[in-house]
Design a protein around this ligand. Structure first.
Ligand SMILES: Cc1ncc(COP(=O)(O)O)c(C=O)c1O
Length: 430
């Protein structure tokens, strides 16, 4: 990457001691002035630096290859590239995007085990060599389309402790890896390593330990068959926030112990991972506008003699929802409940009401929450949602003709300064 300017990164540097919250306030003022109260995200890119430093502290042996599918915002990819991560791409479009933003092909792993042939050819002609497989058909396709690929055998692992499981769809059973490796050998293909994914939001750090032990077993089988493997890819599944059963630090400690036991430092194996949610979750805040409101009288409350209990439920309609930035509410049942909060100042004495919040479309599935306690909102009020960076904007649709929320990327001057040396002579860069 030649230049290194905020414009190139499509971001604003916050000046004069301004905070991200100040930026949001300003944007809300601007939107209100021009009477165009469309929803928007603010991506605080400084969080990427913190997250990356935390990764390097906790998992010093593991190089992250960020999973682009989690959030493909160009400024995010540029920033992670400057920090020195690689990228896990799952399609031609993701590879294209990463390359167009200056990522070099050797920093990409095409981590999908069931690829269309023309995507494999695209990877071949653009110099992307690392790719995963878990079945014989894939080996035949790769032998035909990309004979020089560096293959990574994805194995199925115990993902029963994760909130979203993946091994029923991807990964070879341990019983079949010998045959797959033999077939790769017959086809003259190079298999450089093993990968796995314990499932998203893993709630038991021992799942990583078991998966690393399984991978060791596959390395041993491969050695007997004449393969010299040199790469272990421990996948994703790392939590994105602190509000989880098992914290990132605990998972990291279990991984480090398992690596030392099964892949000691001097074993010559490079360790990589494919974190998505870990980097993205806390990065984005979503601002939405209340576009409509209904007050519903509760029947039981007609006879309610207790004046402290409100006798009404508020229904609000906002301009983003499950067909926009919040599809995880239907696609990903593991996701924690959302906790929207009012942008304007609220007096602690203000009466709270049970509030139901709907998205803007005509679909009744488009419900964001049906049990949220909020002061009375007015049409035109703004609500904010934190932790909106993972699997949100990349899944947004234009259903019913509603536009996708705009994304503004910002960084504090301190974070920006910290990033510049990381790009040139960095302790962050490897
Ligand atoms: C192959 C692969 N790698 C990495 C990820 C990222 O997972 P997470 O966001 O849980 O870290 C996924 C998510 O589906 C995946 O399928």
């Amino acid at each position: 990457m030649a230049a290194f300017s905020p414009e190139q990164y499509d971001m604003d540097i916050l000046g004069n001691g301004k905070t991200v919250r100040d930026f949001i306030d300003n944007k809300i003022k601007e939107h209100t002035l021009v009477d165009c109260k469309e929803p928007f995200h603010v991506a605080n890119l400084g969080i990427l630096l913190k997250k990356h430093l935390c990764w390097l502290n906790n998992l010093p042996r593991v190089k992250p290859f960020y999973a682009v599918k989690c959030n493909n915002t160009p400024a995010v990819i540029r920033m992670l590239s400057a920090l020195g991560t690689g990228f896990d791409c799952s399609s031609q479009a993701e590879i294209q995007l990463a390359l167009s933003l200056g990522v070099t092909p050797d920093e990409i792993i095409y981590a999908h085990t069931c690829k269309p042939e023309h995507y494999i050819k695209y990877a071949a002609t653009h110099g992307v060599q690392m790719m995963t497989f878990d079945n014989q058909e894939e080996l035949s396709k790769i032998a035909h389309c990309h004979a020089n690929a560096k293959l990574v055998l994805r194995i199925a692992v115990d993902d029963s402790k994760s909130l979203r499981r993946l091994s029923s769809k991807f990964g070879a059973n341990l019983a079949t890896v010998g045959k797959l490796l033999e077939r790769a050998g017959e086809l003259g293909l190079e298999v450089i390593g093993v990968s796995f994914h314990v499932g998203c939001e893993c709630t038991d750090s021992s799942a990583y330990r078991q998966a690393i032990a399984d991978a060791r077993h596959v390395f041993d089988i491969a050695k007997l068959l004449g393969f010299q493997m040199s790469l272990l890819d421990i996948g994703g599944g790392f939590p994105g926030s602190e509000d989880v059963q098992v914290k990132f630090e605990e998972i990291s400690a279990a991984i480090n112990l398992a690596l030392d036991e099964f892949f000691p430092l001097d074993c010559g194996v490079q360790i990589i991972a494919e974190p998505g949610r870990y980097y993205m979750e806390s990065l984005f805040t979503l601002a939405v506008n209340v576009i409509a409101k209904k007050v519903v009288m509760e029947e039981a409350a007609e006879h309610n003699s207790n004046e402290n209990i409100p006798d009404r439920v508020m229904m609000y309609y906002i301009n983003d929802g499950v067909f926009g930035s919040m599809s995880f509410l239907i696609n990903d049942p593991v996701y924690r409940k959302l906790s929207p909060y009012l942008h304007r100042t609220v007096e602690s004495s203000e009466q709270r009401y049970r509030s139901v919040i709907w998205g803007p479309t005509c679909d009744s599935m488009d419900k964001i929450t049906d049990d949220c306690s909020l002061p009375e909102l007015q049409v035109g009020d703004w609500l904010l949602f934190d932790n909106m960076g993972a699997y949100t904007v990349c899944l947004s649709t234009n259903f019913n003709g509603f536009g996708k929320a705009h994304i503004y990327s910002v960084v504090t001057p301190e974070a920006w300064q910290a990033l510049i040396p990381s790009h040139t002579c960095s302790p962050l860069h490897d």
